[in-house]
Design a protein around this ligand. Sequence first.
Ligand code: ZN
Length: 255
Amino acid sequence: MRFTTDGLIIKEQQVGENDRLVTVLCRDKGIIKAFASGAMRLKGKNTGTSLLSYSSLSLYKSRDTYKINEATVIDLFFSLRSDIEKLTLAQYFCELCLCFAPEEDNAEDFLRVVLNSLSFLEKDKRPMLLIKAVMEMKMGALAGYMPDLEACSKSGKMDGAMFFEPTHGVIYCESCQPPGQLLFLSEGVLAALRHIIYSPLGQLFQFHLPEEGLRVLSEVTEIYVKTHSGYHFKTLEFYHSLFDDQSVETGEEQK
Ligand SMILES: [Zn+2]
């Protein structure tokens, strides 16, 4: 069976000397694994199947195996590749797709969110921590991990700062908060979380928070994603090892 679709290459593995097995997040088929043969490379058509390429793919399916016949690049997100912080985050976004996007099912919304994230990251259109928080929270929510952020789950109080309980994805006001590990959400951080969860996809990235708020938001969304996926994100660990240490060093230098 032959068909065409567009998709983002979210993982690549070398198979033997010349062939590669790539994992693709396709618009209408979700996550699939497909072989890109060495012959494609000889013809100079290789770029469309490299990591982080968004391509129009001509595929052939035989039994359970997909083979890429042709890949035409739509966007390479080229300038992401020369910035180690952006590249590491982009690879983490690929890992989030691997963790949350469906297999062999329509993944239009997942693809839209990750492509917008990569584009905003590449062009510095939004702060990196904002994009990271959107990717984490929205990918989780699209996969069904939908928190209830409308009101205190006990009293129904809706305004003011709240406390987030990530395991059940609920919030409590100050008077109702139970004992245990809760994450404090200022009004600003809560508004940002609500925006990510409840706004239409076309407005997903349209919110602002000061830097300190973004840092808290990013911590909360990271805890939420880790809690619900049970997944060990190697790229996230690498990101923290690179950039958390760096900020500590910078802090020490300033003393
Ligand atoms: Zn309450």
